[in-house]
Design a protein around this ligand. Structure first.
Ligand SMILES: [Zn+2]
Length: 90
C-alpha cells in the first residue's frame, strides 16, 4: 500500500484562489498565483492528512471548515500584497 502526506490547507486555498484573484481584478499568471498561494499558506496552519495514492479524499475535516473565515482572510490579504507588488515586470 502506498500512502502520501498532503497539506489539506493547500487544497482549500487552491479551491478559492483563482476565483478570488479574478474578483479582485488581479493578474492571473502562474507567478502571481503561486506567490499569492505561498503568502496565504504561510499565514495559515498546515493541516496534514494521510491519503492513499490514487484515492480521492472525500472526508472534510470539521475543524478545517471552521477555519474558512481565517482562510478567506489570509487569501484576501495575500491578494492585496501581490496585487500591489507583483514579482514580475508589468
Ligand atoms: Zn502576474
Amino acid at each position: 500500500m502506498h500512502y502520501e502526506l498532503k497539506n489539506h490547507m493547500e487544497t482549500i486555498v487552491d479551491q478559492d484562489l483563482r476565483k478570488l484573484m479574478a474578483e479582485n481584478g488581479m493578474c492571473d499568471c502562474d507567478r502571481c498565483y503561486i506567490d499569492t498561494m505561498a503568502l496565504a499558506l504561510n499565514h495559515l496552519p498546515p493541516k496534514y492528512v494521510i491519503t492513499r495514492v490514487g484515492e480521492l479524499m472525500t472526508e472534510i475535516d470539521a475543524t478545517v471548515v471552521q477555519q474558512q473565515a481565517d482562510v478567506l482572510g489570509a487569501i484576501l490579504n495575500a491578494i492585496k500584497i501581490v496585487k500591489n507588488k507583483p514579482s514580475h515586470e508589468t
